[in-house]
Design a protein. Structure first.
Length: 200
């Protein structure tokens, strides 16, 4: 699969500018207030399906691209993302995004959610979260959980718009995982894990 590159540098793009639509890496993304008229909404035909065995390899590629590693640490647990249940969003036969989750006790954890830049602002992420929420509720779970890093303000804003609330902060959890403080979105220091929940 060929990925878009940041229009400021040669790194792989993870985001799309909400004003001009150009692809961006985390380093060249800026955090700012944007009016509704500049938040361009895209329309595209896609479908949501459960992740199949043959889609595990592409999911591994997504995870390496967005997070640099196949394993995710969230809520004090390590998960191999490509081995988890989840859903993919497909445009024709191409994977545009995916969500992976894990069930624990009375809750379901969203372990990973990613949408390629060219398909962002189409409602895909919202639809994927909705599918996991319905499955969690149907299996008797009481809460939907997700965590994000302190620098990922786009994710923080998105999850709050979907009804999640921050309930716990784990200072330095991400820095300790990597053995150092990394540069995150907009060059913010990536240190802390922000835990969020949504009651079902």
């Amino acid at each position: 699969m060929r990925y878009l590159t940041c229009h400021q540098c040669a790194k792989e793009a993870l985001y799309k500018c909400s004003v001009c639509g150009q692809p961006l890496c985390g380093e060249h993304s800026q955090l700012r207030t944007v009016c509704l008229q500049c938040c361009k909404k895209s329309e595209i035909n896609y479908r949501i399906e459960k992740i199949s065995e043959k889609e595990k390899a592409p999911i591994r590629g997504f995870v390496k691209r967005f997070w640099g590693e196949e394993e995710q640490l969230t809520f004090g647990r390590k998960f191999l993302v490509s081995e988890l249940p989840g859903y993919v969003a497909k445009v024709e036969e191409n994977i545009a995004g995916f969500i992976s989750f894990a069930a624990i006790k009375d809750a379901t954890i969203i372990v990973a959610l990613a949408v390629l830049p060219e398909y962002q602002t189409c409602g895909i992420a919202k639809h994927l979260v909705s599918k996991v929420q319905k499955e969690a509720a149907n299996t008797g779970k009481k809460k939907l959980l997700v965590s994000t890093s302190n620098d990922d303000l786009p994710a923080l804003g998105f999850y709050q718009s979907q009804g999640f609330q921050i309930y716990e902060v784990k200072p330095d959890a991400i820095a300790e995982k990597h053995g150092r403080v990394l540069k995150g979105i907009g060059n913010l220091p990536m240190r802390d894990e922000l835990r969020m929940r949504k009651e079902l």
